[in-house]
Design a binder for this molecule. Sequence first.
Ligand SMILES: NC(=O)c1ccc[n+]([C@@H]2O[C@H](COP(=O)([O-])OP(=O)(O)OC[C@H]3O[C@@H](n4cnc5c(N)ncnc54)[C@H](O)[C@@H]3O)[C@@H](O)[C@H]2O)c1
Length: 366
Amino acid sequence: MVEIKEVELKKDNSIFGQISEYNHEKVVFCHDHDTGLKAIIGIHNTVLGPALGGTRMWSYASDAEALEDVLRLSRGMTYKAAISGLNLGGGKAVIIGDSKKDKSEALMRRYGRFVKNLNGAYITAEDVGTTTKDMEYIKMETDHVAGLPEAMGGSGDPSPVTAYGTYMGMKAAAKKAYGSDSLSGKKISVQGVGHVGGYLVELLAKENAEIFITDIYEDRLREISTKYGAKVVGMDEIYDLDVDIYAPCALGGTVNDNTLSRLKCQIIAGSANNQLRDEKIQGPALAERGILYAPDFLINAGGLINVYSELIGYNRESAYAQTERIYGYTLDIFELAEKEGIHTQLAATKIAEKRIQSIGKVHSTY
Ligand SMILES: NC(=O)c1ccc[n+]([C@@H]2O[C@H](COP(=O)([O-])OP(=O)(O)OC[C@H]3O[C@@H](n4cnc5c(N)ncnc54)[C@H](O)[C@@H]3O)[C@@H](O)[C@H]2O)c1
């Protein structure tokens, strides 16, 4: 009995073992000696349409860490597009390097050539460590890029729309947990006040929430704190705060075996992708502790909705209107989770997978 369990739990950490675990269609390793480019493009699923997802530039500790990140992120994009009703598949890319030191026009354009060679199966956009300027460089090499500056006919920075959707998801969670969606007077901690976190703090301040913030960059903390009256806390201290809502808006995996027992909040709702280190472990654990988790790929979909709108003819108002629907979708997911006795992340995944399966069948019949 014990032996069988051990075999079941053994993880295949080989490259193909991981690709097969996440069930990817294609993974492309990109290398260029002259520019120093090292990138991985993950195309998870293209049943609903081309795989759209941003390119992250980050100083990963190892190639294995970069691969795991791109696999998890691209799978998340599949679910995000599916649950948001978009005709898009899921993909994502990572460039290994320090975005403040290692980036150059040549590197971004060389990367653009790799995207071009995928003939539209993958469409890129910005993410952590990349900007609309980088998308301009990629556009010089391929049309398969979105999130271009507004001056170039693009949709510009997706972060305000992402923040708005996250805010909608957070309000829906408040409605479920407290019976009212007002965030006035609620103690809310925001981890990471970069693009999305900054706009989220602005929305929360307008609603008179009591806000706590943390970040790596002290000048950014000072700026946001002064502007919106948010209280600055330490990067590790954030897990021990006595708050109502915790909003992870930095990187993924912050809800894990080490942090979960420290959290005192009733709600987790933030913009970061893959907030749960392992959804099979932390998903049920959060439910057991009575913490309501607003699924990340559902409530942070505003940016994708905005970028998608660019592909079909950009209209900012309709992108915001579609993003507002995240409020109702989030309440639906909470209801499904309750009805089926499952955790909220699983409920959201089920809805996304159901749509992919049913539309896949439509596409396979004439
Ligand atoms: N930008 C979008 O439209 C968008 C859309 C969907 C999801 N997301 C996700 O939301 C998150 C934030 O995105 P962004 O565009 O604001 O990125 P960003 O790089 O502008 O901001 C991230 C911030 O988090 C800080 N940070 C990193 N590690 C930290 C830590 N351990 N503790 C505290 N702060 C830390 C960084 O210093 C930075 O200021 C990311 O996970 C991203 O994938 C963003």
